[in-house]
Design a protein around this ligand. Sequence first.
Ligand SMILES: [Zn+2]
Length: 316
Amino acid sequence: MPGTELRRADETAEANASRATARGPQAVSESKTVVSNAFTIDVEDYYHVSALASAIPRDTWNERESRVSASTDRLLAMLDEKRIKGTFFVLGWVADRVPQLAKRIASLGHEVACHGYSHELIYKQTPRVFAEETRRSKALLEDLIGMPVIGYRAASFSITPRSQWALDTLIEQGFLYDSSIFPVRHDRYGMPGAARAPGYVHAPSGGRIAEFPMSTAAFGPFHIPVSGGGYFRLLPYWFTRAGLRSINEQEGLPFTFYLHPWEIDSEQPRVKTGFVSRFRHYTNLAKCEGRLRQLLVDFRFTTMRNVLRARGLLSS
Ligand SMILES: [Zn+2]
């Protein structure tokens, strides 16, 4: 049974991780961790970002310079250099505007997954609108790449306690995994108390789907988000690395790293918006690429699909 073999492979990796920890902190800090983590990119342009939504009306998106291809190509080149495959959650709107990009990502052997269509927060949508645009985005991506799309990540992690119905829609539409639940408290997203490890989650109708939650590191009683995006840019890299190592080595769990192409684009047009959004969006853009290169050296990565398969959570 392939699932059994995969689970065994995963157990071996976890056993290796425990041995690495047993060698002591010195040995661990000098070597790459042995747990494979999910490297993910949410493919969207700077003007799609929820934090800037009030400053960039949707009806101006078409007039704005598209910068997503150039930044994504830089990320693809970086991954190619390190021989790492990742998962790219592509926004349907981007796939419509620059169809070659999803094709290029798939042709390089990366996983293409779905980031919805319009980047609207799910809890602001009706179930009918959510279903329509998710179907549209999945079909568009599958047409472009000629392969099934099985993974989903919501705009701004917006599957929260009030939008869990979205999990039913994902199951109905044939998605095999979701990566939208962030087990933290935040003003725009979060499901405090949700499981921190990949596993199955139950949708309100009783069906189940594999979930790779956004990763947090346990520092005593606190669970700190350390695995990408603004957290990766705002926190010092040594802190990020310590948090991610503790997930791999102390807990024996994989984490998911996530980033957006605009986070390595320090030349992007600046938008006038409130202080908090400005701080979250623009801080350390110029440092991000260098940090990312270091991260790719310090940790082992593959696609989200591969990590879930290795844990026996996906059979295909
Ligand atoms: Zn997004």
